[in-house]
Write a protein that binds this ligand. Structure first.
Ligand code: ATP
Length: 407
């Protein structure tokens, strides 16, 4: 059991401010995923929690205890890295046992812990193998095993699956979810670029952007109720389309006159005085469908991509109009070059003013509470800061090639 509290946490490298004003409470047993554009500071935040980076400002508490100046080994955390960084001359069991041996655990304790981790990760048949005789997925499971043997309160994962091929990634993702389910009281924080990992593993996703937190919420809450255009376009793939226009009629349902002459009804309230307000309607590609009636969008299909279960239609890719993508279920041959009329349910549409969702303009508290999922599909894995490759180590194919004597 471990809860974490970050208060006004900041990170700068000299004059470069990477993160600021990070306030975040993480409950014991939660699976938290950090996402955000490349360079937004996800790994830096994780490494500050691990103690591998100094915190420039603010406070990190674990279980109410200030951790800013506590060394990584005393924080009760373990970290799994993208480069699983195993010692090539050690067996799977010895790789997993390494930190325990350093910590002076007895032979019996080491044996019990590695047996248990091997069983949890289905590595039992491989315990006496060297890493070179394992697949990439198995190697990453050993790295996770190294975390498990230490039985940390908090597991940190830095893009653990990004070195794996697509099929292994799916399999390992599912294993992580199962692992978390088997350790409901362990807190897990996970950095990824992968939308599917974020959506399927997280109890809550933290979207980082521009050095701060853009939004924190359950995966489907971010999908259905993004606070702003950035989150709206970051969560979901392909990204949400934005159609510019002006408010024409206000009320519980807003009528928007779209640039180009079409109109759309959006089931988001506006009030007297909002008439004429410049807005963007947000419509997810998967919410669009063909219509014979009144469309919210009409255009000539520039390009199609048939993915089997869905077909992507691209509009305005080489024109002056806003590019639009629609995702239609099934196979739609022969649409390229055709004029298509598309609509969407008013309840599926979003409405933004100056980048912010109008849903939130009177404060998020005025929204009916979002129903969190009850059966948490959480999952995670582990490793320790002690497993971090040292400066000077080279990592090739996930194996540490130490420059100096082995630790
Ligand atoms: N030692 C350093 N000195 C100066 N700037 C640094 C240092 N380490 C990281 N940064 C900068 O901090 C920012 C955040 O880096 P970080 O690796 O945390 O981003 P990220 O969101 O994890 O990115 P990615 O998704 O690409 O892995 C980047 O702009 C990076 O250039």
């Amino acid at each position: 059991m471990a809860d974490l509290r970050l208060t006004d946490v900041a990170k700068s490298y000299g004059d470069v401010h990477v993160l600021r004003n990070i306030d975040l409470d993480i409950a014991s047993g939660e699976f938290i995923v950090f996402v955000g554009p490349s360079g937004c500071g996800k790994s830096t935040l994780l490494r500050m929690i691990a103690g591998l980076e100094r915190i420039s400002g603010g406070t990190l508490e674990i279980d109410g205890q200030r951790m800013n100046d506590i060394p990584p080994s005393q924080r009760g955390i373990a970290m799994v890295f993208q480069s699983y960084a195993l010692y090539p001359h050690m067996t799977v069991r010895d790789n997993m046992a390494f930190a325990l041996k350093i910590a002076g655990k007895s032979k019996a304790e080491v044996q019990a812990a590695t047996d248990r981790a091997g069983k949890m990760l289905q590595l039992t048949p491989y315990l006496d193998r060297l890493p070179k005789a394992l697949s990439g997925g198995q190697r990453q499971r050993v790295a996770i095993g190294r975390a498990i043997v230490r039985d940390p309160k908090v597991y940190l994962f830095d893009e653990p699956l990004s070195n794996l091929d697509a099929a292994l990634r799916v399999a390992t993702r599912i294993e992580i979810a199962q692992l978390k389910a088997s350790m409901p009281d362990r807190t897990m924080i996970y950095v990824t670029h992968d939308q599917t990992e974020a959506m399927t593993l997280a109890d809550r996703i933290v979207v980082l952007a521009g050095g701060g937190i853009a939004q924190v919420g359950a995966p489907l809450e971010l999908y259905e109720r993004p606070v702003n255009e950035f989150v709206a376009q970051f969560i979901g793939s392909p990204a949400m389309n934005l159609l510019p226009g002006r408010v024409k009629a206000v009320g519980p349902v807003t009528t928007v006159a779209l640039d180009g002459g079409l109109e759309a009804e959006v089931a988001i309230p506006t009030r007297a005085g909002d008439e004429g307000m410049a807005v963007n309607i947000g419509v997810r590609p998967e919410d669009m469908r063909e219509t014979e009636g009144t469309p919210v969008f009409e255009g000539t299909v520039d390009l199609t991509e048939a993915l089997g279960e869905v077909t992507l239609l691209y509009f305005g890719t080489n024109a002056e109009t806003v590019p639009i993508i629609a995702k239609l279920p099934g196979i739609h041959p022969g649409l390229k070059g055709r004029r298509v009329r598309l609509t969407a349910d008013p309840h599926a549409l979003h409405l933004f003013h100056k980048g912010q969702s109008l849903l939130y303009r009177d404060g998020a508290d005025s929204l009916p509470p979002y129903q969190p999922r009850t059966a948490a599909p959480s999952g995670s894995m582990g490793g320790t800061a002690a497993d971090a490759p040292r400066t000077g180590d080279r990592i090739e194919d996930g194996l540490i090639k130490p420059e100096g004597p082995v630790r």
